[in-house]
Design a protein around this ligand. Structure first.
Ligand SMILES: [Fe+2]
Length: 244
């Protein structure tokens, strides 16, 4: 019996030791897993931080690029973006070609209007303005030279239409008392077109620092404004004479 009890005790000790070893191994494995998980977590957090930092850096770089572009836009000597200055120069040249074409058409049209006019005052007014128009064309050629370009007109349908209306007045009112007053109106339409063009060109020339061009354009503008007033006076005179 004693031998059996001893064997049972030994068996119990062996099972106990084996169980203890098993628990130790399990704890060790759990600890390893836990450490691994911690390391993985740390690595993930680090990667996340690096991504955030990279995004922040990119954002900062983007903001910096935008800031630099804005600064470049503000850096033009005149205080305006250089792109804007280039656009205004282009616009000035386009409008200059437009009015140069218009003046040449007006130069051809004025003798016909002078010939059609019945009142001496109006006839002389158109003839005088024909001479002024020849001088205006010369001034425009100087403006072209000042900007280093060859004088060249660009076809303009607006002035063609205005001059076409003048022709219609000559045809529709031929031999009628209202003819000269109609011619004054047709002449004023031409002058107003020119005033609009010259005032815009003068403003552009002044803004772009083209002092000589601005003076030449201003001289043409003054003549157009004077002619517009003369046409008003002429129409008044004709109306009064017809009323009498
Ligand atoms: Fe003119």
């Amino acid at each position: 019996m004693a031998s059996t009890a001893s064997a049972a005790t030994r068996g119990s000790k062996t099972r106990s030791a084996s169980a203890a070893n098993g628990r130790t191994a399990a704890r060790s494995a759990a600890a390893k897993t836990s450490n691994k998980a911690t390391e993985t977590g740390k690595a993930t957090a680090k990667a996340s931080e690096m991504t955030k930092a990279s995004e922040m850096a990119k954002g900062a770089a983007g903001a910096s690029t935008t800031k630099n572009a804005a600064a470049r836009q503000r850096m033009a000597p005149s205080g305006q973006p250089s792109e804007m200055q280039e656009g205004l120069k282009e616009l000035f040249t386009a409008m200059l070609k437009d009015i140069y074409y218009a003046e040449k058409q007006i130069l051809k049209s004025l003798p016909k209007m002078a010939k059609a006019a019945k009142t001496e005052e109006l006839k002389q007014g158109f003839e005088q303005h024909r001479e002024e128009t020849a001088g205006q064309i010369e001034r425009l050629e100087k403006v072209f030279a000042a900007i280093g370009q060859k004088a060249k007109g660009e076809q303009c349908e607006a002035i063609q239409g205005i001059l076409e209306e003048g022709k219609e007045v000559m045809e529709d009112f031929k031999g009628k008392p209202a003819l000269d007053i109609g011619l004054c109106g047709a002449g004023k339409a031409v002058e107003h077109y020119e005033i609009a063009r010259y005032s815009s060109l003068r403003t552009l020339a002044q803004h772009l620092g083209m002092k000589d061009a601005a003076k030449l354009i201003e001289a043409n503008l003054a003549e157009e404004m004077k002619t517009d007033k003369l046409l008003d006076q002429c129409a008044q005179t004709v109306m009064l004479s017809k009323a009498v």
